[in-house]
Design a binder for this molecule. Structure first.
Ligand code: LLP
Length: 421
């Protein structure tokens, strides 16, 4: 477990005298001060990840548009903005929050297969950098609304290059049978100006292959396909957006280092598309391992078939294990001695799929009242949480060095019915 901690955080998470620390704060203190379940984010981890991206991609000098769906907490976004990043957004809600927090519209790209007229108008009015267009009908709609608002819409066309990636079936987006992007023939038809749209300016192309991709190979293959495509259609893009999807380790596993990953993609990009601007849309890479979900054991339940640790965080707080069978490392907040046994770590929600980890090893001395840390919970953790089973969304806390600040309050009972009438 030490090797894994070192690998994900270069010392930001560590055990000191058997106690888990997040930056310079004891995890147990956070549990006691803010209650559990609680999401905790390391500010310095976020900064480090962004610095690593800038370094590894320095040759292609991309605009980093952080994919805010991964974690849209205000404090997280403010920190990311300070590092010079823009945003990848997918709704008017995200646009509203982004502009309210002062992100420059010139650094906002707007993706998503189902942008409504209202959302398109909102994007046009605030002058976002690019719409990532996912269908012919959407392109025509953008043209119509831009005409109505007397604006010129800058767009990239999301091309589906039919590139497969090694990730969960639900998070592959580069295959031709998914709902994302447009097939090459359609993009080529659009580029040949067959639709005669006067209020859109096609600045370039975008692809997004999927999420949690552990090596650069699929990106290189997509760039090659894109190069061949562009040669055939005789179109010179001024920008190419290679999407997000950069993977992170969730356990002690070897994955391509970010230095390798970024430099290989950058080299390939600069060689094949000289002078073209690059956009990247990382989400998970920036915040995934910056977040930990702290939870308390409510009961230890042992039968002659299974041992369970029933904890106070469930699938409504972190749905990734239930939805994608994702692996999250689960560490004790205080190490204990004892005979090691396997436990399923499960939540209180009334679903058999409500688990955080299966067959995890803990000492038999572990008990109700003990705290656990579910690692790698910074991306698609809180942002996919819900009130299922009448459960309140947890608090969120940001750690920076020795300080821990509350950055979202735990929900309260009356929040559960505040919109009902
Ligand atoms: N750009 C686009 C167009 C996207 O759809 C996404 C993520 C990203 C960028 C950022 O991808 P990332 O760098 O975070 O992999 N809930 C799933 C992941 C869904 C990703 C959706 N799109 C999970 O928990 O694994």
């Amino acid at each position: 477990m030490e090797k894994y901690l070192e690998m994900i955080s270069a010392g930001l998470y560590r055990f000191v005298n058997g106690q888990l620390m997040i930056e310079d704060v004891y995890a147990e203190e956070i549990c006691k001060q803010f209650g559990t379940p609680v999401y905790v984010y390391s500010a310095n981890h976020i900064k480090n990840q962004i610095r690593k991206l800038y370094n590894s991609f320095k040759k292609s000098h991309p605009l980093i548009c952080y994919s805010m769906k991964a974690n849209g907490n205000t404090k997280v976004l403010e920190l990311i903005k300070k590092q010079g990043c823009g945003l990848d957004i997918v709704s008017q809600g995200e646009l509203f929050k982004a502009t309210k927090l002062g992100f420059s519209p010139k650094k906002i790209v707007f993706a998503g297969v189902g942008k409504t007229e209202q959302e398109i108008a909102a994007g046009l009015k605030c002058g976002i950098y690019l719409f990532t267009v996912e269908s012919v009908e959407e392109l025509k709609t953008i043209d119509k609304i831009a005409n109505r608002l007397k604006k010129l819409a800058n767009v990239t066309l999301r091309i589906n290059l039919d590139v497969d990636v090694d990730t969960h079936h639900y998070t592959k987006t580069g295959r031709i049978e998914t709902k994302f992007g447009m097939p090459q023939e359609q993009v080529s038809f659009i580029l040949a100006s067959r639709y005669d749209l006067k209020h859109v300016r096609i600045k370039g192309l975008q692809f997004h292959l999927g999420s949690n991709i552990k090596n650069s190979a699929p990106y290189l293959s997509a760039l090659k396909k894109l190069k061949n495509f562009l040669r055939r259609v005789d179109f010179c893009p001024s920008v190419i957006d290679i999407g997000g999807g950069f993977g992170i380790p969730y356990k002690d596993e070897e994955i391509e280092s970010v230095q390798q990953f970024g430099s290989k993609i950058s080299d390939c990009f600069v060689e094949n598309f000289p002078g073209v601007s690059m956009v990247i849309e990382p989400g998970r890479f920036i915040v995934g391992n910056a977040g930990v979900l702290l939870t308390k054991v409510i009961y230890k339940k042992q039968t002659n078939v299974k041992n369970f640790l029933i904890v106070d965080a469930g699938m409504n707080d972190l749905i990734r294990p239930a939805l994608y069978n994702s692996y999250h490392e689960i560490l004790p907040v205080l190490k204990k001695d004892g005979k090691f046994l396997k436990f399923d770590v499960v939540g209180p929600v009334c679903e058999t799929g409500d688990f955080l980890g299966k067959e995890r090893v803990f000492p038999d001395t572990i008990d109700s009242g003990d705290y656990l840390a579910v690692m790698g919970a910074g991306a698609y953790g809180f942002s996919m949480s819900s009130n299922y089973n009448g459960r309140l969304r947890p608090a969120e806390v940001m750690i920076c060095g020795k300080t821990a600040i509350l950055c979202r309050k735990r929900e309260k009972m009356s929040d559960l019915w505040k919109y009902e009438c």
